[in-house]
Unconditional design. Sequence first.
Length: 663
Amino acid sequence: MLRNNDMPQDAEFGRRRVAIEAITPAVDCGRWSLKRVQGDRITVEADLFADGHEEVRGALLYRHENSSEWSQAPLELFFNDRWRATFTVHEVGRYFYTIRGWVDRYQTWRHDLGKRVAAGTNTEVDLEIGAALVAEAAARASSDDRPRLAEFAELLDVRGANRKTPQERVQLAENPVLVGLMDRYPDLQFATTVDPPMVVTVDRPRARFSAWYEMFPRATSPVPGRHGTFADCEARLPYVAEMGFDVLYFPPIHPIGSAFRKGKNNAPTAQPGDVGSPWAIGALTGGHKSVLRELGTLADFRRLVESAAGHGLEIALDIAYQCSPDHPYVREHPEWFRKRPDGTIQYAENPPKKYQDIYPFDFETAEWRPLWEELKSVVTFWIEQGVRIFRVDNPHTKPFAFWEWLIDDVKRQHPDVIFLSEAFTRPKIMYRLAKLGFTQSYTYFTWRNSKQELTEYLQEITQPAIGDFFRPNFWTNTPDILTEFLQSGQRAAFIARLVLAATMTANFGVYGPAFELLMSTPREPHSEEYLNSEKYEIPHWQLDRPESLRGVIALVNRARRENRALQSDANLEFHTVESDQLICYSKRTDDNSNVVLIVVNLDPYHAHAANVELPLAQLGIAEDAPYLLEDLLSGNRYSWQGPRGWVDLAPQPMPAHIFRIST
């Protein structure tokens, strides 16, 4: 932009005539990175045009961060000065991409030459201009192509040794070999290139498709009253794997402080034997780089990580940047904490909740640089122990700049690391954290219950431009959140939320065993806290209870694994169904080779039935052809024909259909 009539210092500024606008996909005009996974094809579009009537050409340039060479794909015009090209991202890490546009003097010359020939005007001078353009291209060409272009230039030149008639030279201008060579060596002297380039962060496939199971390691003992260990967690691995999960997430596994330790049900005073909250991190025995001795040793943990991999599971750890009053940081770095006028350190609060057992870091400390470095070293320490997935506790209470720096720095060395943002906060803050680099994000799904709420929310978070940077991870419940809907205690309510979470988005999670065992009693009316929450005590879970949903969970996860349509947030479409208590939507692959239709009864108390209307052409189904619906939950099959079909769902035995459609 020109200001104060200053003349640009760039010598070629005034000679670049192509305008490039409205590049998509791009997050905030390229300020932030797109998110994709290995193997994705990215279609980039842009408006390209120039003054006058000359022909415009363009190219998509792209490269991986480890390469200094740009690859390119020609842009193709498809509508009203709108151009597009695609490229595929094969490696994890960052890719850069940009658009280059230029005036194509040779194609403009060909176009104008054709008009002059049609008008019967003298073309000699025009042919000389063409010969000069080809000669210039020969000078730019590789040693292999230079002789051929030089030959074409001489044939076009009236003074050439092999003199051609004007008609022969006009025909030569249309020679496909010459046209191809001129496209290969365009004159880019005055090309416009968008700078800086845009960025796409490419993650491994698990960033897009994952099923998380949250479990407190200390509650895995088969013996009532005994503290669980990493060995007990190892024995629990087959149970988790058989349900079809691929990420096993542990709350903090570090030493727990004694000062201001919370008692059962978050009582402000602990009783003898109370184990405290795992989020009150730190004791005399260590802090964020230590493990609670009752769980075992670091060697035991590393063995657990290795054993989990043998069951197709990755261990995810909680990163909670806060300390108990007993944490070594409090003694060694008092400058990292904010003190009140009476000299005491300010504990964490979320009124009316008080967390006297937790000290937050003061990110406005003058010693913020060593604080940042130390907190990053916590992540790299656990990476060294074999962990590649982290759930980050309350990231919205730490500075944005800190997360942008930490995630970027970690992923430069370890691009396969996944960060899940646990931020139940305002939408713009949630989105900002995703832009800063968090791979996945908690969402408001937990509190979206009605058909309208779910439809509007999914349409918001899965479509561009939000879907370009925000990867939702739908959780049915968490140790902090037992929703009113689940407090009904109805089996159908739990199954409905499971199916919605697991099929609406490709990443989902459950907090178990509370979920599969239908735990539904709140601590008090209008509270989302569990009664006798295992945040503050060690329960003994009876995993073999007959009402357990473990079999249903296994069916849902099997449907997810066996159907590619459910492994992405793309192509989610809601369909008309004549009942406010039934929600219907589909997912499909781009080529319609896999189409899945989901219908869920949102009412855990009553049966509902209605017609569903499907856009057959969009789903790749002929209007007059019968098609088969296989219910992946019950095994039943149904034959439909035409765009309307009847569904009838009662709360029991199964309040949902997951149909795989085939013709």
